[in-house]
Design a protein around this ligand. Sequence first.
Ligand SMILES: *[C@@H]1O[C@H](CO)[C@@H](O)[C@H](O)[C@H]1NC(C)=O
Ligand SMILES: *[C@@H]1O[C@H](CO)[C@@H](O)[C@H](O)[C@H]1NC(C)=O
Ligand SMILES: *[C@@H]1O[C@H](CO)[C@@H](O)[C@H](O)[C@H]1NC(C)=O
Ligand SMILES: *[C@@H]1O[C@H](CO)[C@@H](O)[C@H](O)[C@H]1NC(C)=O
Length: 676
Amino acid sequence: MQWTALLAFVSLVVSPAVGQTFQRLGTCPTLGCVFPPDQTDFLSGQLFDIRLEVHAPVNGSEAAHRGVPDEKFSFCIQQGKGSCVDAAKYFKVSQPHLEKWSFSYYEDLFAEEAKQSTVVNVASKAYRALSLTDPGTYTAKLKYYGNTETVATWTVRTPNKKRKAKNVLLFIGDGMTQPMITAARLIAHKSINGKYQSLMQLDQMDNLGHQMTHSIDSFITDSANSATALYTGKKSSVNALNVYADSSKNSFDDPKVETIAELFRRIYGGPLGIVSTAYIADATPAALCAHTRDRGQYPAVVFEYLNSAEALNSTLKWPTGCQQPDVIFGGGAEQFIAGSGSPNGTDYYKAFEKKGYNVVYSNSQLQRTSTNQKTLGIFSVSNMAKWVDRHVYPENLKNQKNSPTGDGSDALDQPGLKDMTLKAIDILHARSKSKNTGWFMMSEAASIDKMMHVLDYDRALGELLELDDTVRATIKHLKDIGEYDDTLIVITADHGHGFDVFGGADTKYLAAQTDDRKKRSAIGVYINSGLSGYTVAADSKPNNNTIIYGTEGPNFPVTWNPRYAYAAGFGANPDHREGYTINTKGPRVPATTQSGEQRVNPVDQPQGGTIPVDESQGVHSLQDVSVFANGPGADAFRGVYNSVDIFFKLADALALGGAKPSNNDNDHDNHNNGHW
Ligand SMILES: *[C@@H]1O[C@H](CO)[C@@H](O)[C@H](O)[C@H]1NC(C)=O
Ligand SMILES: *[C@@H]1O[C@H](CO)[C@@H](O)[C@H](O)[C@H]1NC(C)=O
Ligand SMILES: *[C@@H]1O[C@H](CO)[C@@H](O)[C@H](O)[C@H]1NC(C)=O
Ligand SMILES: *[C@@H]1O[C@H](CO)[C@@H](O)[C@H](O)[C@H]1NC(C)=O
């Protein structure tokens, strides 16, 4: 207790001028900014940019220096206990030119309501595409306004030089927490007297760890920011993809960091796979390759898949990139169809075909397509259909006008995460054979998050069970093709949602009541929570190896609409109605804009009501953020660590550290000349 109180006190003292929620610039509490900021860890040889900014607030509470920023600031790098050497000299690059701009922000809510922005003038320099190879501690010192200093301590971690894993498959259950896994197990696996008769695949992984997901300048992260941490080992800001957010207007000139996908490409030249059930320009897939402060720059994200960050702006040196991932599977046709949100409005399917891609638009085409070519599979406009709608309520796939071809028909033949992941493995396997490079893939169950956002926990759990089923099928498939022992499989999340189950609900009684107060009685807690009313497939029995693949197959509930449902709630929710039943007509829409604000949607969960729990206190619940891992290098994922450590653990399994700054493969002294 005292320790926590002390910590809170100290942090208040350290940054007195910084608002809690309205920051001049995140990670820059003083008037001199160094990016990468203090406490950054680097993989040896990983490319990064440096951005320096000197701020002169013209007005507001920090007004100083008559609004004229120091243009004569200096910047030096000190390795270990050595002397501090001017950065241009240290990195053997020419002095960057001075850039100047101004920006404005609100200091707090009062200022925002009064539209009283604070104006800041900035002098800046940027150094592009540098790297540090020698492990150890570095001190980066920015000196400005005479003797004022901003000091950043950087650490280059000692890299593992012996490659453990040939292939890496990183699964991300977007927004997936342990309470969701617990709830998914409850509805999809049979329990007798409190003992499960079968388990989820996630329950059976060899190694379990926990990761902390908070971001660099706020304790809540978004998927762009957290993907940046997982893929680069660098904490960043909300909405940023593989850059530190600077204060300039251009959202592409922010200081970049190299991702695990770029490193894998640059060092081994091995095939790369990106699979997601979201639109493919969405943050979690985009973060493997894209670099921008603004995750909403979708055309640029797709442009970067096909070309590179450097091609987007040739004046910004960035000699690395994803160089056309061998597999890109997901939704998001709007970024490819000519005249919609594609780069420059051009036909981007054609642009991919021109670069040698097979392009497929349906599950049937996906299954038939050759495994030898680079493949782009776009299966719907926007996010792909959910497992529950594809398998249980297929009528909901109709009248969506979401065909990936853009012809206005419905995307009725969409693959699931399992179909996409298994096919991607076959393509990466075939394409890595001749050079024996191994491969890297990220596969995302995106709509766990998207459905939790709209309180549609039934669909979210369907997506989670599909992820679990995909991991199970992946392990089997890797064994079948003889790659299992050489493949590191990691399953984790990027952040959580405040979801948990706190009891059971008698949906029949609930629907029969007209009064919200009486509807509350339908919810049972503790002893009245009862047992799972969800029927599970009979063939998920433990001692019976005969698996019969029906419509749903084992490991999914057969009944999604039982009388006795689980009662779940959220740590944060909009105004909403609740009836504890699945929406059979499609995903929930809890709130809509009314009179300019978000208010409860009266037609969502019509049988329900606005019914808080009839208790004097909140009831017991669970919470956790997990990492599961199997395969070579997997034991490193045990324990409790920071999200950024996942990058270093993956990089160590692949021995990606230690590349010389020259970008020459031959300089990489890892085992087998960089090949498996
Ligand atoms: C700062 O100056 C700008 C531009 O003159 C003005 O719009 C703004 O209201 C000023 N802000 C404060 C806090 O005085
Ligand atoms: C490229 O980046 C430079 C430096 O930030 C900027 O001045 C220029 O406008 C950018 N070019 C384009 C085409 O965005
Ligand atoms: C748009 O086209 C121009 C050339 O016509 C090209 O330089 C630019 O990179 C393109 N932008 C995108 C996002 O494709
Ligand atoms: C296994 O279960 C299936 C379906 O429940 C059943 O048809 C089959 O006979 C069982 N096999 C054995 C060996 O018990």
